[in-house]
Write a protein that binds this ligand. Structure first.
Ligand SMILES: [Zn+2]
Ligand SMILES: [Zn+2]
Length: 136
């Protein structure tokens, strides 16, 4: 790597680090999750093996529309689950959670459904709407 690219590399490293920390925080909440969660998650990923927002297949995660902390009874309910990614667009973080895993976006289906078809300006608007809709 050339020295002149270093600031960009540092920024990209720091943004990765934020992502990892966010994922760890979300992981921490899952301690009291059902023993069946891994199985339910894998079945969901087998049925929906792409991100609902961007259509990508990298770093897929199964997101709870209403989070476990708010509705533990919906933990294993299929209609409460949606596949989102932490690939190029970090759809899980930005569309599922409005930019922070401490929040969730109650309009995730609407925003994710519109994302793939939207042009760049529309996508930015959707990310802003997701952030403005987020709830704890
Ligand atoms: Zn995605
Ligand atoms: Zn999530």
């Amino acid at each position: 790597m050339e020295v002149k690219h270093k600031p960009g590399l540092v920024r990209s490293f720091l943004s990765r680090l934020d992502k990892i920390r966010s994922l760890q925080r979300e992981g921490d909440k899952s301690r009291s999750r059902s023993a069946r969660w891994d199985e339910v998650r894998d079945e969901h990923l087998a049925s929906y093996p792409f991100c609902l927002a961007c259509g990508g297949r990298d770093l897929l995660q199964v997101h709870h529309i209403v989070p476990f902390s708010v509705a533990p009874d919906l933990e294993l309910v299929g209609s409460n689950l949606v596949t989102l990614c932490m690939g190029a667009f970090d759809c899980h973080l930005y569309i599922g959670h409005g930019g922070s895993f401490r929040f969730y976006n109650p309009h995730v289906l609407e925003h994710a459904g519109a994302f793939q078809a939207a042009a760049v300006g529309g996508r930015l608007r959707l990310l802003k709407e997701a952030k403005d809709s987020r709830r704890r």
